[in-house]
Write a protein that binds this ligand. Structure first.
Ligand code: APR
Ligand code: PHB
Length: 396
């Protein structure tokens, strides 16, 4: 079969790219390894920057987001005895919206259904061919066992960290940067209304904790644990006791409401960047090219920024035969990737406790500085809530 753009991976990056291309009348074929329910079942962060909300709104997939999303003016930074509110709206005039990635993925799947374009779920043995030519193709075995090949003008690798796209680029043409952190997050979903109006990022001698949410009736909470932590060592009571301690239950009368835990998982923490994000007619976007620790809530926003830039490049390539944006794509996308990689590393390093007393003093001093300096608070706000899609960095 032939299409204009073959997209490998139907997570947020692949689905949004398909939608943005369809808005420009560009046809695509989606090739996804899993079932729709499996893709929807992945519990992932959903804190959307204003630039992400703008992209989704302009693309006509923001209706439920505006109806059900929870707009937050900022976050709380906490450490023993202190809880400080950072007001992003006051600092930089931007808010963030809490809207689970599952919901966004559902909205994008509905849009794909309405577009009536071809999507192959449960696709196996995906192999990319001739990606360094102007006639690349993606071969796969469909859910019925039929081997198919999609010929396209370009291939978008949106298949995440474990996909085949990034590894289809010759190793000699690729550079990898990676940092694995000595801790992980134990994440839980709790059937209890959030005990806070906005997210609480808490530093504590026993370890970091985060109080987030999914709705008015569902809380999402995380605990720093060792990288090799065994979930079996964390019965519900122990989880709630650790969350209560680290989030300051009883501090200034604040209480952490407990409830049934409906989901538990240990999530690894890593920073990962691969460059370039383009090789011939293969373009990488989202987790296929980079991974950030979730402390900065950047993963989904970075995927949206990548595919916004990529959709413009592919439209120019396919409709006008112009390669300028395609040639610039990797460098433009990587400027924002490195900005978010640094910010996610900075938030992670500031908030995750090591057993080293010197490090702890540095972390507490940094938290005090952000809480007392408008300049420092503005820096955090800019990176957390206010990065433009086309982040340019310093003028060359
Ligand atoms: N062939 C086809 N599809 C594949 C393959 C493959 N070989 N390997 C993986 N996939 C699919 C996965 O099943 C998944 O649905 O590619 C999709 C990749 O989606 P994500 O991993 O969600 O990545 P992305 O779309 O870039 O979204 C990034 O997800 O991981 C979070 O924090 C991250 O919020 C961010 C978002
Ligand atoms: C979440 O709600 O899952 C979440 C929010 C903010 C983060 C990470 C995860 O930084």
């Amino acid at each position: 079969m032939r299409t204009e753009v073959a997209i490998v991976g139907a997570g947020p990056a692949g689905l949004l790219l398909a939608h943005l291309l369809a808005q420009d009348g560009i046809e695509s074929v989606l090739i996804e390894a899993r079932t729709p329910d499996y893709v929807l079942g992945r519990l992932r962060a959903g804190v959307l920057e204003s630039s992400t909300v703008d992209v989704l709104t302009r693309a006509g997939v923001g209706e439920r987001l505006h109806r059900e999303g929870m707009e937050h003016s900022g976050i709380y930074l906490q450490w023993p005895g202190r809880r400080h509110h950072l007001d992003f709206v006051e600092l930089i005039g931007e808010s963030v919206t809490v809207y689970g990635q599952t919901e966004l993925t559902r909205d994008l799947m509905d849009a794909r259904q309405r577009a009536g374009q071809r999507s192959y779920y449960e696709a196996a043995d995906v192999v990319l061919h001739d990606i360094d030519s102007e006639a690349p193709s993606a071969a796969f075995t469909d859910a019925t066992g039929v081997r198919r090949t999609v010929h396209a003008a370009a291939i978008a690798g949106c298949d995440g960290f474990h996909g085949v796209s990034r590894t289809s680029i010759p190793a000699a043409r690729q550079r990898i940067w990676e940092r694995t952190y000595p801790y992980a997050w134990l994440g839980v979903l709790a059937a209890v209304p959030p005990s806070t109006d906005e997210l609480i990022y808490a530093w504590h001698p026993e370890g970091f904790a985060l109080h987030s949410m999914r709705s008015e009736s569902t809380s999402r909470l995380y605990l720093q644990v060792d990288a090799a932590e065994d979930l079996a060592d964390w019965p519900d009571e122990r989880i709630w006791d650790a969350l209560a301690l680290r989030l300051g239950h009883g501090q200034d009368g604040w209480e952490l409401e407990r409830g049934d835990l409906t989901g538990k998982a240990v999530l690894p923490m890593r920073s990962f960047v691969s460059a370039p994000m383009r090789y011939g007619r293969l373009f990488l976007a989202g987790d296929a090219a980079h991974i950030v620790p979730p402390t900065g809530a950047k993963g989904l926003n970075l995927a949206v920024a990548d595919v916004t830039l990529l959709s413009r490049a592919l439209r120019a390539l396919v409709r006008e035969g112009s390669t300028r944006l395609a040639d610039d794509y990797s460098e433009s996308a990587l400027r924002r990737v490195w900005r978010c990689t640094h910010f996610s590393w900075w938030m992670t390093s500031m908030l995750h406790t090591s057993r080293d007393e010197f490090d702890s003093r540095l972390q507490l001093s940094q938290l005090e500085w952000v809480a007392s300096s408008t300049a420092a608070a503005t820096g955090l706000a800019e990176n957390y809530a206010g990065l433009p899609i086309e982040f340019q960095g310093a003028p060359s």
